[in-house]
Design a binder for this molecule. Structure first.
Ligand SMILES: [Zn+2]
Length: 201
């Protein structure tokens, strides 16, 4: 409404044949202001609708933080597949016995914790969604256990999750004790059970 009134004042000034340069300047300013306001509103809507955003962490570089509440068992992040990868790297997620993918940027930024609040579930596009393993509150960092997705984890630095049950190093599913595998039931990649089954036979 304020901008509309300002436009009316400018137009009135024009009819009085006042400074034409001021008119163009003010019109440009109004368009810029409206565009900025729409863009900022869009950003806020995106953050609210996503429910998470990228932030700096004190010790682990960037991380993903919740901007809304997720109750246990609810979908937190869809796992879109950016690219199929020929083998395992530090940025890939294993989604099959012999299949690795690169997930979209924000999903890649979810840090590891030995006390995760999200888990993995296979989705219909061949990727891995994040579901809330615990209730997640606004401001909580969203963290998953890499062992919920990757059978083997190589070349990882020591774990900095500072959880009471921290394993000290980031390991894969193959190195998890059976009680943690049981705890993660319903929140890990399904192919891991195929490998466990083959290993047990
Ligand atoms: Zn840890």
């Amino acid at each position: 409404m304020k901008l509309f009134l300002k436009l009316i004042v400018i137009l009135s000034n024009l009819t009085l044949k006042e400074d034409i340069i001021t008119y163009f300047w003010d019109t440009w300013f109004i368009i810029w202001d409206i565009t900025k306001s729409i863009s900022s509103r869009q950003d806020k809507m995106d953050k609210t609708s996503l429910g998470y955003e990228l932030r700096k962490t004190p010790e682990k570089g960037e991380g993903i933080f919740a901007t809304k509440y997720f109750c246990k068992g609810s979908l937190v992040m869809e796992g879109k597949v950016l690219k199929e990868m020929p083998h395992n790297t530090s940025h890939t997620t294993q989604v099959g016995v012999n299949r690795w993918i690169l997930r979209e940027e924000l999903a890649q930024k979810v840090n590891h914790s030995c006390d995760p609040n999200v888990g993995y579930r296979d989705n219909s596009v061949g990727g891995m969604d994040y579901f809330a393993f615990k209730d997640i509150h606004p401001g909580d960092e969203i963290v998953g256990d890499y062992a919920m997705g990757n059978y083997k984890v190589d070349h990882m630095p020591p774990c900095k999750c500072s959880a009471l049950q921290c394993r000290g190093v980031i390991t894969g599913w193959k190195d998890l004790p059976q009680d943690i595998k049981t705890l993660y039931k319903g929140y890990h990649a399904q192919y891991l059970l195929e490998i466990d089954g083959d290993a047990g036979n």
